[in-house]
Design a binder for this molecule. Structure first.
Ligand code: URA
Length: 200
């Protein structure tokens, strides 16, 4: 079985992935990346939430962190919606996770689980070739930095809303919306507003 994201995206992941036994036993569904196949901006979270993507099938929807992230996307005109609670938002970006299944008790995915799932993220990066990558939260930043920047991520509290460059890709980490203050989210939005006109 093949899972396809909306808007005619060419990105596919197997609908029956069984690489992580604990996640297979816990998940309600696999939550593939979601958004526009024309996206210039790729946001990468940790794993679908028990009260969010694991129920809706769409990353960063329904739960508190999802609604806060959708508010940011609306503020940046990366979403067509006005209501951040919409569960299949019309996006001008692409939103995905390091791990595509909800871990038991919403725990942090293990290193093995991340390594099992990261090939799907590298596939998404290869197909989309985004100009801006936003690791959402420290776990995503730690997983992405070595591959894209050749070095470990600073702590997310320091990296939040900082701009990193390599090989034409801009990386702008964001503190996880469940843990960031309104002020921190505003700062992220302000930095992204400066960057977005340059990437079309
Ligand atoms: N929802 C997601 O899809 N990812 C997260 O990291 C948190 C909530």
């Amino acid at each position: 079985m093949i899972v396809e994201v909306h808007a005619g995206s060419p990105i596919r992941i197997p609908g029956a992935c069984s690489r992580c036994p604990a996640l297979v036993a816990n998940r309600r569904r696999i939550v593939p990346g979601y958004g526009s196949s024309e996206a210039r901006v790729l946001l990468v979270g940790e794993a679908p939430g028990y009260k969010g993507g694991d129920l809706t099938g769409v990353p960063f929807t329904r739960d508190r962190s999802g609604v806060r992230l959708q508010q940011v996307l609306i503020a940046l005109a990366l979403s067509e919606e006005t209501d951040p609670r919409v569960e299949r938002p019309r996006l001008h970006c692409f939103v995905t996770n390091i791990v595509r299944c909800n871990p038991p008790s919403n725990r942090t995915p293990s290193r093995t689980e991340m390594d099992n799932c990261l090939p799907y993220l590298w596939q998404e990066l290869e197909l989309l070739r985004p100009r801006i990558v936003v690791p959402v939260g420290g776990v995503a930043a730690q997983a992405i930095f070595p591959r894209l920047l050749g070095r470990p991520s600073p702590p997310i509290t320091q990296a939040h809303a900082q701009v990193f460059h390599r090989d034409g890709v801009v990386i702008v980490p964001m503190r996880h919306p469940a843990r960031s203050s309104n002020h921190e989210l505003d700062r992220f939005v302000a930095v992204m507003r400066l960057l977005l006109p340059a990437v079309g």
